[in-house]
Ligand binder design. Structure first.
Ligand code: C2E
Ligand code: MG
Ligand code: MG
Ligand code: MG
Length: 284
């Protein structure tokens, strides 16, 4: 697999969180980053396998560090999570996504789902639903286009709490996706009481396709179980034609991966959507 730009900055986290002093420095740095406008969202398209049109985007956080360049989330989200800074950062992400969603509507782009990741800590913030309500009411978006991605562990930690929050937000139109599915210990049947409309198959399974028969079995099972519960399926980390064809054959609904597009800045996304949808139009 090709390397993401910025992968070389992973040392940042490793170097800086070894001591408490370093943790404090990362925190101070991150706090400044949030205040100083150094955070940016990149957008990775999700392609509908049936039509090849862009159905939505996942909003992915990047840090434009003044000295270190583009820093990837795996290098700073753990520190943000430990310090609790992920909570205000996470609300900034939702606000920014809502702004872009609104811009999309104003530009007359086709309706796109905007998916935002919610961390464990943010999901358990006592003001979570209230704050998200406020962000939504302050923007002028079609809430059915906002999707929140949660992991199994965030949802299963306190199932009653999860059920209450998901229902409250779902009543406003917000939808939920289960991220990195297959890596946790829960099963879809545990989650059938929750208003989840989508599961995202973890990229580790997709990347094992062709190398392990187990990966094929697992993906087939996830898709068929999800579909029987009327839940859609996105496969993450699709990089090759072979993976794509397997997933198409299994009636996976959407694809997200470098095969179609890497996460990109907003300006590039607008162009990508134009091109991809024209292409899809010619194919159909
Ligand atoms: P995730 O939510 O599972 O996001 C998918 C990750 O897979 C992204 O990494 C994306 O760039 C990467 N990816 C997509 N397609 C491919 C592919 O074909 N090959 C490979 N090798 N990778 C692919 P990214 O952007 O580095 O984000 C990593 C993780 O950081 C995310 O995983 C998510 O857990 C977290 N994250 C990102 N943004 C946010 C945010 O705003 N808030 C929170 N709480 N977490 C975030
Ligand atoms: Mg995600
Ligand atoms: Mg994922
Ligand atoms: Mg992940």
């Amino acid at each position: 697999a090709k390397q993401d730009p910025g992968t070389s900055y992973r040392f940042y986290d490793r170097q800086l969180h070894v001591t408490a002093g370093h943790q404090l420095r990362v925190e101070a740095d991150l706090r400044n980053a949030l205040r100083g406008g150094e955070l940016e969202l990149y957008y990775q398209p999700r392609i509908d396998l049936a039509t090849e049109e862009v159905r939505g985007v996942e909003c992915l956080l990047r840090w434009n560090h003044p000295e270190r360049g583009l820093v990837m989330p795996d290098s700073f989200i753990p520190a943000a999570e430990r310090s609790g800074l992920i909570v205000p950062i996470g609300y900034w992400v939702i606000e920014e996504a809502c702004k872009r969603l609104q811009e999309c509507q104003e530009l007359g782009l086709p309706a796109l789902v905007f998916a935002v990741n919610l961390s464990f800590r943010q999901f358990h913030d006592r003001k979570m639903t209230e704050t998200i309500f406020r962000i939504i009411f302050n923007s002028n978006i079609d809430t059915s286009l906002l999707e929140l991605e949660l992991t199994e562990s965030a949802m299963m930690h306190d199932p009653d709490y999860a059920q209450r929050c998901l229902r409250e937000l779902n009543q406003l139109g917000v939808s939920f996706a289960l991220d990195d599915f297959g890596t946790g210990f829960s099963s879809l049947s545990n989650l059938q009481h929750l208003p989840i409309s989508l599961v995202k198959i973890d990229k580790s399974f997709v990347q094992d396709l062709g190398e392990s028969a187990d990966a094929e079995h697992i993906i087939r099972a996830i898709i068929s179980l999800a579909h029987s519960l009327r839940i859609s399926v996105v496969a993450e980390g699709v990089e090759t034609e072979g993976q794509l064809e397997f997933l198409r054959h299994q009636h996976c609904d959407e694809i997200q991966g470098y095969y179609y597009a890497r996460p990109m800045p907003w300006q590039d996304l607008v162009q990508f959507i134009d091109r991809q949808n024209q292409f899809a139009c010619l194919q159909n």
